[in-house]
Design a binder for this molecule. Sequence first.
Ligand SMILES: [Zn+2]
Ligand SMILES: [Zn+2]
Ligand SMILES: [Zn+2]
Length: 142
Amino acid sequence: MPTGEELLRSKGLRVTRPRLAVLDVLAGGGHLEVDEITRRVRERLDSVSTQAVYDVLGALSRAGLSRRIEPAGSPARYEARVGDNHHHVVCRGCGEIADIDCAVGDAPCLDSGITHGFQVDEAEVTFWGLCPACQARRSTDH
Ligand SMILES: [Zn+2]
Ligand SMILES: [Zn+2]
Ligand SMILES: [Zn+2]
């Protein structure tokens, strides 16, 4: 695994403590909301504004070091798993998100054949359903 410093340098980004801290938080895995990322960054650095965290996430996402997803009805979330065009399954009950591997591996993995002249570079696929915990809750509800 490359270090945060190596990742930033590989993309030509300046190495700063907030950027390293955000990369470190994202490397822990999962799909994190900005509030959660900010909370964890503050455990590592004394004073970081929410705006600074937004700025870092923007820079990391533009550089391809983090990926932003925004399922309908949920705030934006960020993750470190990039470059594999994986998809997500979102729970309708609690909003839990899990990764689903893309069968193709690179975008766009679906071809509708009709693009109205657009040059298509991505098919955003989101699966919706109920997570195991919500299924269990539902079956004990009645
Ligand atoms: Zn759920
Ligand atoms: Zn993901
Ligand atoms: Zn796919």
